[in-house]
Design a protein around this ligand. Structure first.
Ligand SMILES: *Cc1c(COP(=O)(O)O)cnc(C)c1O
Length: 483
């Protein structure tokens, strides 16, 4: 395994042993030129793939104009960005076309913004006594890493040692409507939850949960806040996961894919009666809504507004689900949950840990990340074409079989028969024609792009060690001196 010692970095992460140097579409390359399919996609920040042409072009164009003004001054992309967010996301909330937008940077800041807004709305509009506001959250949640947000978490690793935590939150089991009903009272200003829990391992609640939350919160004049930072922007086959249940939340937190995988862009979008309480001086951000962020955000929303990414996620998601269910039926997985192009799969602990599976996948050319001990999340770019998806699922199957057989050989989990060269797999060099096309389908209209992509896939990913793929598909506009 590669040395992952990271001298000057605080040990906040335990990365897989791969050092990425380049990426394009659904593919990344390590410093040795080995090629991998990216099945993490920056935790869904790369829904449109790496270096999407349109997003890169939008960023490059804006880089030559103006990148930062602060909100002390307006700039010419800000209102456009807000309008676009209202059209693509605001219309899916109770704010409708009158929705307001608070632009921020990271996902955690969007959630913090929503918490500030619903509290102030609770005091100013609902008349909740000062400092008494409560917010109902779910067990198993992940909303970010600030001190307030880890205080909402019940993950001992995420929260342990970081108290004291902010008061005013009540935790209930995710998916348990009766528990939410019991938890709300006159001080409840909001229910804040992920529609589908990402970090928890793609946990999909019962179908009546979100409609039930909507009815309950509407009846009691409580704000329904959906953290769609990971679930939103196409991942589930819809623009928002809430659409799966025809639910309009009052506020939506967005992040991750809103920045196109280029820079952090987040926002809270929704009901003007709530976000309107954030008057001048009550909230802000030096970088929130900066021109570069707005330019990339607008381009990302443009991609979503065609519906093609959502459709692709839904179609690929059906293939994903079918294949994962088959692995469960064969006893190679103990569980698989999926929605759209997003899955959490559970390893049989007898075969090894989630980490073991991720390392086995890495050796065969697929990047994925374990979330809890035995759970791995699969979330490839939405632009993935079926041959790539099928190939990655073949590799998943092969890896699980290898781990199972290693285990039944009485192996201790040490590498028995796998080479330790990432990206290399023995014996099944694909025989497809050489083809330079590794470009992702940047115009998503084209199912017809599958043929060239299939060739690229068959060529790529496995057995690429030592082949020079460098420079191919490198968008020339990326050159800092271009133009
Ligand atoms: C990633 C994530 C966040 C935090 O986003 P950051 O940009 O890392 O701060 C919040 N909520 C959910 C559901 C997430 O997946």
């Amino acid at each position: 395994m590669a040395d992952t010692t990271q001298g000057a970095l605080a040990p906040t992460y335990h990365p897989l042993p791969v050092t990425i140097a380049r990426a394009h579409g659904t593919h990344v390359w390590d410093t040795d030129g080995n090629e991998f399919l990216d099945f993490l996609s920056g935790y869904s920040a790369l829904n449109f793939g790496h270096l999407h042409q349109g997003l890169v072009a939008a960023a490059m164009t804006q880089l030559r104009q103006v990148t930062l003004t602060s909100r002390a001054f307006d700039h010419d992309r800000l209102e456009e960005f807000a309008q676009r967010l209202v059209e693509v996301v605001g219309l899916l909330t109770t704010g409708g076309e009158g929705s307001l937008v608070v632009p921020m940077n990271t996902g955690a800041e969007a959630v913090e913004t929503a918490i500030k807004a619903v509290r102030k709305w609770g005091y100013d509009v609902r008349g909740v006594p000062e400092d008494q506001a409560t917010i109902v959250v779910a067990e198993g949640n992940f909303h970010g890493r600030t001190t307030t947000l880890v205080g909402l978490s019940d993950d001992p690793t995420a929260r342990g040692g970081f108290g004291p935590f902010a008061p005013g939150f009540v935790q209930v089991p995710f998916g348990d409507l009766a528990a939410v009903a019991d938890a709300v009272d006159d001080t409840t200003v909001a229910v804040l939850m992920e529609p589908v829990q990402g970090e928890a391992g793609v946990v999909v609640p019962p179908d009546d949960f979100w409609p039930g939350l909507r009815a309950l919160t509407a009846e009691k004049n409580i704000a329904l806040v959906a953290d769609e930072i990971q679930s939103g922007l196409g991942r589930t086959g819809t623009t928002l996961a809430c659409e799966l249940w025809d639910v309009q939340p009052d506020l939506v937190c967005l992040g991750k894919a809103l920045g196109g995988g280029i820079l952090p862009v987040s926002a809270v979008v929704g009901k003007p009666e709530i976000l309107g309480v954030l008057t001048p001086g009550t909230h802000g951000s030096t970088f929130g809504g900066n021109p570069l962020a707005c330019a990339v955000g607008i381009a990302a929303l443009d991609l979503l507004s065609t519906g093609q990414y959502q459709a692709r996620a839904a179609a690929s998601g059906r293939v994903l689900k079918e294949r994962l269910d088959a692995l469960v039926d064969r006893g190679l997985l103990t569980g698989a949950r999926s929605v759209g192009l997003w899955a959490g799969i559970d390893m049989d602990p007898a075969f090894g840990t989630g980490r073991d599976l991720c390392e086995a996948l890495l050796e065969r050319g697929v990047l994925a990340k374990d979330t809890h001990e035995a759970t791995i999340r699969l979330s490839p770019p939405l632009s993935i074409v079926q041959p790539e998806l099928e190939m990655a699922l073949d590799i998943l199957e092969e890896s699980l079989v290898a781990l199972r057989d290693e285990d039944s050989d009485g192996g201790s989990g040490e590498d028995a028969d796998q080479g330790d060269e990432p990206g290399v797999s023995e014996g099944d060099e694909p025989s497809a024609p050489e083809d330079d096309a590794v470009d992702p389908p940047t115009e998503m209209s084209a199912e017809t792009s599958d043929s060239t992509d299939a060739a690229a896939v068959a060529k790529g990913t496995r057995g690429t060690k030592g082949k020079s793929l460098r420079g191919k598909g490198e968008p020339s506009e990326l050159s800092p001196t271009a133009g």
